[in-house]
Write a new protein. Structure first.
Ligand code: 4AD
Ligand code: MG
Length: 503
C-alpha cells in the first residue's frame, strides 16, 4: 500500500486534491464497463470511489468488480470535490487493498420485513437509517448530560436492584437476590429524592426496566431514562425546566445532525419550532377537548385526508407494478422492488389509521373525567398541537402514590406529562412530590403498598422536608419523536420488547 495518510470520510473536506487512504466497507458497488463506482462507508459517512480501468492493475480491477456488499477494504486515491456524490466528495482511486471479502450479505437493497431485520440487528446496524438514528441518539444523550452539568445539577447513580416499587407494581421485574425477592429498577426517582436533600439539584441517567405487557410502538421492557430532581421547586418551575431542557436537546440535534435528519426525512421545520413556551393544559381542559366538538371535527377531517392518502398510495403502487413488467436493468428492478416494499408498508399503516380513526373518535367522545389518558387520547391531543403540550393536574387515583395532592383541589395531583407534537405522545412524566409525612403514608396504604418498604423514603419527610419535584424523560421516545421514527425499537441498538429479545 502507498504511504498516503489515513483519513476519515468526515475529513475529506480538508483533503481536497490530496492523496489519502480510506478504510471501510463496501456499501454498494456499480460497474459500467471501464469504470466502477464503489460507495464506501467508514462510520463517519459515505464516499463514492471511482475506479477507472488502467488506473489500477487489471487483476485488482476484476477483484473489485466481483467484491460483495460489506466486504472490508482500504482504498487510496485523490480527493475531488463532486456535488453529485453523497457527502459532496469523491475519491479517484489509484490503489486498493481488500481486507476481507464478503459474499451473500443477507441484507440486500431489496428491503426486508421488520422481523427479518430485527433478527439481523447485528448487521442491520450498518444500514444508513440505523446509522443516522444512532448518531442522533448520541447527540441527544450528550445534550442531556451537558444541559444538567451546565445548570448546576450533580449526577447521582441510583441502584438497579431495588426493594420497592416506584411506579405500577404490575410492571416490576422480579429478581432472585440470594434468596430474597428484589426488583429491577422502574425509576431512580425515590433514591434521587434522598440525594436532592443533600445536593439540591441532582439527576440520574440509566437503564430502566418495566415488565410492560403492551406491545405498542411506545413500549420497551428496557429503556433509558434521565431523571432530574430539584429541592425547593414548584410545578411552574418544573414546567419551565422541562421546556428549556427539551428545547435545548432539539436545538443540539438541529445543530449537529441536520444531514442525518434530512436522510431520515424528519420534520426539520417542526423541530425549529421547538422553543419555549410550550402549550399548557390541565387534565380537565384536555378532557373537555377530547369530548368536545373540535375533536370530532378534527378526527372527521383526518379520516377523509387518510382516505385520500390511501388512494394516492394505491395508484403509485399500481404504476410501479406496471413498470416492473417492462424490460429493466437489474438495478432498476431492485429500486422498484425496494420502493414497493416501502409503499406497501405505508399502505398498511394508512389502512390501520383508517381503521383506528372511528375507534379513537368513540374512545375520546366517551372519555370520562377520572381515567388516565390512554395512548390514543395523547395522540389526538398532540396531533392538534404544533409544539409540545404539558398536561397537568391529573386525577389523584389515576397516578402514582408519591405525587403531591393539590391543596386547592384534593381530587388532583400536582403532576404533568409532556406530549410531543404531531401525534407522538408522552415523552416526559413528572410531578411535585408529596412532602407531608402523614399524607404520603396514607397514599402508600391507599395504593396497597407495604409501608415498611417505604420507611426510609418516609424519613425524608421527617428530617427537613421541603417542596421538591422532578421528572423523567425517556430517551428512545425522544429520539423517535425527533427522527420521525414510528417505533421506538428502532431508537436503541439492541431493543428489548415483551415478545422479542433477539440479539
Ligand atoms: O411517566 P413515567 O413512568 O415516570 C416516572 O418513571 C417518574 N418516576 C419519573 C420522575 O418523575 N422522576 O416514565 C417517564 C418517561 C415516560 O414519559 C416515557 O418517556 C419513558 O419514561 N417510558 C418508557 N419508554 C419506553 N418504554 C417504556 N415502557 C416506558 N415507560 C416509560
Ligand atoms: Mg408516564
Amino acid at each position: 500500500m502507498s504511504k498516503s495518510s489515513k483519513v476519515y470520510i468526515s475529513e475529506l473536506k480538508d483533503n481536497v486534491e490530496k492523496e489519502i487512504t480510506l478504510s471501510g466497507w463496501l456499501y454498494k458497488g456499480r460497474s459500467s464497463g471501464k469504470v466502477q463506482f464503489l460507495v464506501i462507508r467508514d462510520g463517519t459517512g459515505l464516499c463514492q470511489c471511482i475506479v477507472e480501468k488502467g488506473n489500477v492493475s487489471d487483476e485488482l480491477f476484476e477483484q473489485l468488480k466481483k467484491l460483495g456488499q460489506e466486504s472490508s477494504l482500504r482504498v487510496t486515491g485523490t480527493v475531488r470535490a463532486e456535488e453529485r456524490s453523497p457527502g459532496g466528495f469523491e475519491l479517484a482511486v489509484t490503489a486498493a487493498e481488500i481486507v476481507s471479502a464478503a459474499s451473500d450479505y443477507p441484507i440486500t437493497p431489496k428491503s426486508h420485513g421488520v422481523d427479518f431485520l430485527l433478527k439481523h440487528r447485528h448487521l442491520h446496524l450498518r444500514s444508513q437509517r440505523q446509522w443516522c438514528i444512532g448518531k442522533i441518539r448520541h447527540t441527544v444523550i450528550d445534550a442531556i448530560r451537558t444541559f444538567f452539568n451546565d445548570n448546576g445539577f450533580t449526577l447521582i447513580d441510583t441502584p438497579i436492584f431495588t426493594t420497592m416499587a416506584g411506579e405500577e407494581q404490575a410492571s416490576l421485574f422480579g429478581v432472585d437476590y440470594f434468596g430474597e425477592q428484589l426488583h429491577l429498577t422502574q425509576t431512580g426517582q425515590l433514591h434521587l429524592e434522598s440525594a436532592a436533600m443533600s445536593f439540591g439539584k441532582v439527576y440520574c441517567f440509566g437503564p430502566t426496566f418495566r415488565a410492560e405487557k403492551s406491545k405498542t410502538r411506545r413500549h420497551l421492557t428496557e429503556f433509558w431514562m434521565v431523571e432530574p430532581e430539584v429541592a425547593f421547586i414548584d410545578l411552574p418551575g418544573l414546567l419551565e425546566l422541562a421546556e428549556n431542557f427539551v428545547s435545548f436537546i432539539a436545538a443540539r440535534v438541529l445543530e449537529n445532525n441536520k444531514g442525518q435528519l434530512e436522510t431520515l426525512g424528519a420534520d426539520i421545520s417542526g423541530l425549529e419550532n421547538i422553543k419555549p413556551p410550550f402549550y399548557r393544559l390541565t387534565y380537565t381542559e384536555a378532557v373537555e377537548i377530547l369530548t368536545g366538538e373540535k375533536t370530532k371535527q378534527f378526527l372527521a377531517s383526518q379520516l377523509s385526508e387518510l382516505k385520500k392518502q390511501k388512494q394516492q398510495i394505491e395508484k403509485t403502487i399500481a404504476e410501479l407494478e406496471d413498470r416492473q413488467g417492462g424490460k429493466l436493468k437489474q438495478w432498476q428492478k431492485d429500486k422498484i422492488a425496494a420502493e414497493l416494499i416501502e409503499l406497501r408498508g405505508e399502505l398498511t399503516e394508512t389502512e390501520t389509521k383508517i381503521e383506528n380513526n372511528p375507534k379513537h373518535a368513540e374512545l375520546s367522545a366517551e372519555f370520562r373525567w377520572g381515567k388516565d389518558l390512554g395512548g390514543s387520547d395523547e395522540t389526538i391531543i398532540s396531533q392538534m398541537h404544533d409544539r409540545p403540550v404539558f398536561v397537568t393536574h391529573y386525577p389523584k387515583d389515576a397516578k402514582a402514590f408519591y405525587m403531591k395532592t393539590d391543596r386547592n383541589n384534593p381530587k388532583v395531583v400536582e403532576n404533568f406529562d409532556l406530549l410531543a407534537p404531531e401525534g407522538f405522545g408522552e415523552i416526559i412524566g413528572g410531578s411535585v412530590r408529596e412532602d407531608d409525612h402523614d399524607i404520603l403514608l396514607e397514599r402508600i396504604k391507599h395504593q396497597d403498598l407495604n409501608p415498611d418498604d417505604y420507611k426510609w423514603y418516609l424519613d425524608l419527610r421527617k428530617y427537613g422536608s421541603v417542596p421538591h419535584g422532578g421528572f423523567g424523560l425517556g430517551v428512545e421516545r425522544t429520539v423517535a419523536w425527533l427522527t420521525g421514527e414510528k417505533h421506538i425499537r428502532q431508537c436503541i441498538a439492541f431493543p428489548r420488547m415483551m415478545d422479542k429479545v433477539y440479539i
